[in-house]
Design a protein around this ligand. Structure first.
Ligand code: HEC
Length: 178
């Protein structure tokens, strides 16, 4: 029994160390902040910074555990995909799906649950949700499809799909169940 247990521990440790060799998940870049939206109130901006900016801005905080696989893979994917959908640091610069902002907040879809589990400060109770909804930038969705905007949606999407070692959607569903 002891022998079996120690084999399991050694095996799990070896697997964990092997996972660290996967190159995906360490690209912790924060590109420059180009343009921020005009928030309706400072409190709304503050709440958005606490609840959304790690994944929807170029000011992501990268604490130590973001370097450790397999967590690092999930976090990298969240930030890369989050920035594609909505980036408060590149406001008005692409075809972000920012028209869904209010809906995502109202329905409790955002911030995602796996995030608020380890970031209690990002949780939105009814009061904070109202403040955020009231203070959302007024120009949501008004700058879609203008000529001259940067369309970095497709190349980055393709990049992520080819870089992802396995199906993130399935992984997210599993995480959602936990
Ligand atoms: C842990 C990272 C993370 C945090 C924190 C986060 N999001 Fe997201 N968000 C994502 C990812 C990843 C996507 C794209 C995939 C998806 O729709 O689930 C996304 C998509 C969205 C979308 C597009 C929804 C759609 O249906 O296409 C909106 C709008 C959004 N987020 C708003 C917010 C707001 C507002 C906050 C803060 C209250 C927030 N998010 C916090 C990761 C995050």
């Amino acid at each position: 029994m002891i022998k079996l247990l120690s084999r399991i521990v050694v095996g799990a440790t070896a697997l964990f160390l092997l996972l660290q060799l996967v190159p995906y998940g360490r690209n912790h870049n924060n590109p420059p902040v180009i343009q921020e939206p005009q928030w309706g109130s400072t409190q709304a901006q503050q709440i958005a910074r606490q609840a959304c900016y790690d994944c929807h801005s170029n000011e992501t905080a990268w604490p130590w555990y973001t370097n450790i696989a397999p967590m690092s893979w999930l976090i990298q994917r969240d930030v890369e995909e989050g920035r594609i959908h909505l980036n408060f640091s590149e406001w008005g610069m692409g075809d972000h799906e920012d028209h869904d902002l209010g809906e995502a907040i109202r329905e409790g879809e955002m911030p995602p649950r796996q995030y608020t589990l380890i970031h209690p400060e990002a949780r939105l109770d009814a009061a904070r949700r109202e403040i955020l909804l009231d203070g959302l930038p007024a120009d949501i969705g008004s700058n879609q499809g203008e000529s001259g905007t940067i369309d970095h949606h497709k190349p980055r999407q393709q990049m992520i799909e080819s870089a992802a070692p396995f199906d993130w959607r399935a992984m997210n569903m599993v995480l959602g169940l936990v």
